[in-house]
Design a protein around this ligand. Structure first.
Ligand SMILES: [Ca+2]
Length: 480
């Protein structure tokens, strides 16, 4: 604005000079023509000045508009992201409400059951009282009988006494019968009571389960924004020096062959690559380098490309070794990918593939050939797939970004696939939208639970004299 004002003022000032000042000083009889030409030139200059000023003003205005437009676009994008998260949260909130309603109904049922049980226990205690009374009465009668018997042994038994004894016997028999009846009734009542107890335990379990759901959902917003920790980098100290650098095992299998038998975190250096830290899972017959593990949901796997490339998490719990390191492990060839899974019913199964992974230039394309195992094989559908994350859509689905919709980075094909890097759920997710975001092995099955435990490891193909690896090592069970 200030820039625009200067030429205008200049123009006004210039126009004023000939108009006002010149009128008094110039002689009246001067010819009119040259004055007019001069003032016309002066006016032209002014117009030029004014035009320049206006041009500058126009340019700065255009820049300002472009800048503002860019800012508005940024804001709109942010608003879109916010809308998306808000929508997800509102879906979750409505699910919470539904569960609350269910919870209320359950509580009403529980209360009714409680009343029933109270009634039953009152009845049972009154019956037990009457049994006890019967028992004491019986004991008194038996005592009397014994007295009479002892007196009988001293003298002869009269016919009157005999009749009394047989009468007493009948009384005793009838008492015994009523006691047996009472006991049967008590047993029936206690059976019923046990049945009610089981019902209540189930309801209680459901109640804690629902509470857990709510807690998980409450934690959801935190997890959304959680940055996963970066994995411990490989550090060389001056004491270890270059000798240890050149002497590093190429992988966990090499370390096993050198005699190491304890599972844990070690520095390794696949041939021709940088050294890095890795978790070695040592079984009875070989060592495997673990590239992924899910045990408790302590690490958020919904991370961006950079994180998936470099690795994240905690070696002792949940982690992803990083595409760059996995690629380094695969470059030697002859690799076997070993996948162990466990569901919430403690069923543990495995599957093995011949495995290769391209480098970053091919977005870490995976190559798999099914070898063995007792799991179904949905991963063969993923062979030849590039890796995708929420910020790098390399999947085969034209209209959507699988990693964004299903969460976690993976070799997605056309969404709805196997995804072991999905969200960790501590129970069966209720909504379909949540279910698809879980840790999936074979989606599309009716009971689509999110898995409880996963571990993916790599080891070289077993040589003919080494027995092939079929069961998970005991060490990994420590993490369950
Ligand atoms: Ca896509």
């Amino acid at each position: 604005m200030r820039i625009a004002l200067i030429p205008i003022l200049l123009a006004v000032a210039a126009a004023c000079v000939p108009a006002l000042c010149g009128k008094e000083e110039q002689p009246v009889l001067q010819p009119a023509a040259p004055v007019e030409t001069r003032s016309r030139f002066a006016a032209l200059d002014d117009v030029r000045l004014l035009a320049n000023g206006l041009l500058q003003l126009g340019q700065s205005l255009r820049e300002f508009v472009q800048k503002t437009r860019g800012q508005i676009n940024d804001i709109l994008q942010k608003l879109n992201i916010f809308d998306h998260s808000f929508y997800q949260l509102s879906v979750l909130a409505s699910e919470i409400k539904e569960e609350e309603e269910e919870l209320k109904k359950t509580t009403v049922v529980l209360k009714a059951n409680n009343e029933e049980i109270k009634g039953l226990s009152v009845k049972i205690s009154s019956k037990v009282d009457s049994i006890l009374q019967e028992k004491s009465r019986l004991r008194n009668k038996v005592d009397g009988l014994e007295e009479k018997l002892s007196s009988m042994s001293q003298g002869l038994m009269t016919s009157e006494q005999g009749a009394e004894i047989s009468g007493l016997r009948e009384v005793i028999l009838s008492q015994e019968r009523s006691i047996t009846e009472l006991l049967t009734a008590v047993r029936e009542q206690s059976d019923q009571l046990n049945h009610q107890k089981v019902k209540i335990t189930i309801l209680e379990e459901k109640l804690t389960f629902d509470t857990l759901t709510q807690e998980t959902i409450e934690r959801m917003s935190d997890i959304f924004s959680n940055e996963a920790p970066t994995l411990t980098p490989y550090l060389t100290s001056s004491s270890t020096g270059t000798t240890s650098m050149t002497n590093l095992p190429s992988d966990c299998s090499d370390l096993f062959n050198r005699g190491e038998r304890a599972s844990g975190v070690y520095g390794i250096r696949p041939t021709g690559t940088e050294p890095f830290m890795a978790f070695c899972d040592m079984s009875k017959d070989h060592g495997a380098t673990v590239i992924q593990r899910r045990t408790d949901g302590s690490v958020n796997f919904d991370q961006i490309w950079e994180k998936y490339e470099n690795g994240f998490g905690d070696f002792q719990r949940d982690f992803w070794l990083g595409l760059r390191n996995i690629h380094s492990l695969a470059t030697r060839g002859n690799s076997v990918l070993h996948i162990q899974l466990e569901d919430w019913k403690h069923n543990r199964r495995f599957i093995e593939y011949r495995f290769n992974l391209n480098g970053p230039e091919s977005n870490y394309t995976i190559h798999l050939t099914h070898l063995s195992g007792d799991l179904p094989d949905p991963m063969s559908n993923h062979t030849g797939m590039m890796f995708s994350t929420k910020d790098r859509d390399n999947d085969n689905h034209q209209e959507s970004n699988c990693a964004r919709n299903y969460t976690g980075g993976w070799w997605f094909n056309a969404c709805g696939d196997t995804n072991l890097n999905g969200r960790y759920f501590h129970m069966r997710p209720k909504g379909r939208s949540d279910r698809r975001r879980g840790i999936q092995w074979k989606p599309g099955q009716k009971a689509s639970h999110s898995l409880k435990f996963t571990q993916i490891s790599v080891h070289p193909v077993a040589s003919p004299n080494t027995p092939s690896f079929t069961s998970p090592s005991s060490e990994t069970r420590v993490f369950l």
